[in-house]
Write a protein that binds this ligand. Structure first.
Ligand code: MN
Length: 346
C-alpha cells in the first residue's frame, strides 16, 4: 500500500498537504517534511495550516514554509493541485475548515495517519489511498518508513521536521508508545546531521516567560491527598490574567507532580473564559506504580474522554466544587484499581 501510494504521490506535480486543527509537532513535522521531500524531488507542494501555528512550532514554519488555509474555504485552490495528502488525522472533525472543500473536490487523496479513527469519509467523493497504522507511535515515523521504502531523499530540513514529530508524540521517547521504529528513525536522522540538543532547546526551552510564571503559581496551588497518591492543582482566571499566560500555556504542566514517587494520579483544573473548568487527568503506568487507574473511565463518568493514562473533561464550575468531585472520583478509581489488582493476583 505504501508503494502504491508513493507511486501515486510521485505522479502529482503539485501536492496540497493538510493536517489537523490545533496542529502539534507531529502534524507540522510530518506535513513540513513531506513538503521538503516533494520539493527535493523537483515537484511542488504547499502545506495549508488551519489557524495560527503555535509559537512553540514557529521554527518549523520558518524551516518548511507553511501557508494559512484561506478563510474563503479553499474552493479557489482546487485548480492549483493534482492531489491532496492529509497527515496525522483521518477524521472530518479535525479538519473542519476544509470539509466543505474536500466534499466538493474530486482531487485524489492520500491519508497517512496513526490514529484508529474510521476514515472512509475522506474517500466517498474521490479516489482515496489510506495509509493508517494505529500501532505507529507518530505520523512522522510513518513518513520516515515511507521515505525509506520509496528511496526519497530527506534533506536536513526534512530531517529536523521529522525528528520534531518523533519526539513530541513520544514525549521525548518516554511515553508508552515509544517503540523500536521510533529509535531506528531517530538514529538514522542523527546520522544524517540532525542535532537532538538543538531541537530540544527549540521545543522545550522556548516557552514564554508568562508560562514560567504560571507554572510557579500552579506549583504553589499543589495539594496532595493524605496518602500522597493524588496531586491536585488549580489555575484561576486571575492566575492567567496576572501572569499574561493563556490556556495553551498549560500544555504538559499536568505532568509536573508525577516527579514525586508517591503521586500516581495528577489532576489539573483550569478556569476558562467560558466559565467552564477544564480538567486534565494523568495516571502513572501500572508497571511503575502497581495500579492501573483508568483516567478515561474517570473522564467519561464526568462527560469527557481520552486514554487510560491521559484524559480530560470540561465541566461547569465553580472550581472548588469541581475539585472536590474530581478528587473523590480519583479516590474511587484508585480503590477500584486496588480491588482489581487483588482479584488478578489471587
Ligand atoms: Mn501524531
Amino acid at each position: 500500500m505504501l508503494t502504491r501510494a508513493g507511486e501515486r504521490l510521485a505522479g502529482w506535480q503539485r501536492t496540497m498537504i493538510l493536517t489537523h486543527e490545533r496542529p502539534d509537532g507531529d502534524a507540522l513535522g510530518a506535513a513540513g517534511a513531506m513538503k521538503r521531500v516533494i520539493e527535493t524531488a523537483g515537484r511542488q507542494a504547499s502545506v495549508y495550516v488551519f489557524g495560527e501555528v503555535p509559537p512553540r512550532y514557529a521554527f518549523l514554519d520558518k524551516l518548511c514554509g507553511l501557508d494559512r488555509w484561506p478563510a474563503a474555504g479553499g474552493a479557489q485552490l482546487d485548480g492549483q493541485f493534482d492531489g491532496i495528502l492529509v497527515v496525522d488525522t483521518s477524521s472530518w472533525a479535525q479538519i473542519e475548515p476544509a470539509v466543505a472543500y474536500l466534499r466538493g473536490s474530486r482531487r485524489p487523496r492520500i491519508v497517512l495517519d496513526h490514529h484508529a479513527t474510521p476514515n472512509d469519509l475522506f474517500g466517498r467523493d474521490a479516489e482515496l489511498i489510506s495509509l493508517i497504522d494505529a500501532k505507529a507511535a507518530s505520523a512522522c515515523s510513518l513518513v520516515w518508513q515511507w521515505c525509506e521504502l520509496m528511496g526519497w531523499q530527506l534533506d536536513e530540513t526534512a530531517g529536523q521536521a521529522l525528528f520534531s514529530g518523533l519526539i513530541t508524540d513520544t514525549g521525548w521517547f518516554r511515553f508508552s508508545n515509544t517503540d523500536a521504529a521510533t529509535f531506528r528513525a531517530a538514529a538514522a536522522l542523527v546520522e544524517r546531521g540532525c542535532r537532538p540538543e538543538i531541537l530540544y532547546a527549540r521545543l522545550y526551552e522556548t516557552w514564554s516567560q508568562a508560562r514560567l510564571r504560571l507554572k510557579a503559581r500552579l506549583l504553589n496551588s499543589l495539594e496532595l491527598s493524605p496518602d500522597g497518591r493524588i496531586a491536585t492543582m488549580c489555575l484561576t482566571l486571575a492566575d492567567f490574567a496576572e501572569t499574561g499566560a493563556t490556556q495553551a500555556d498549560t500544555e504538559e504542566l499536568v505532568n509536573e507532580p508525577m516527579s514525586a514517587e508517591s503521586v500516581i494520579v495528577s489532576v489539573l483544573l483550569s478556569e476558562m473564559d467560558s466559565g467552564k473548568i477544564r480538567v486534565n487527568l494523568r495516571s502513572k503506568a501500572p508497571d511503575v506504580c502497581g495500579l492501573d487507574v483508568d483516567m478515561a473511565a474517570l473522564a467519561q463518568s464526568l462527560g469527557g474522554g481520552g486514554h487510560r493514562r491521559a484524559a480530560g473533561v470540561r465541566v461547569a464550575g465553580p472550581i472548588g466544587e469541581v475539585k472536590t468531585r474530581v478528587v473523590q472520583a480519583a479516590q474511587d478509581a484508585i480503590e477500584r484499581a486496588t480491588k482489581e489488582r487483588r482479584k488478578t493476583s489471587k
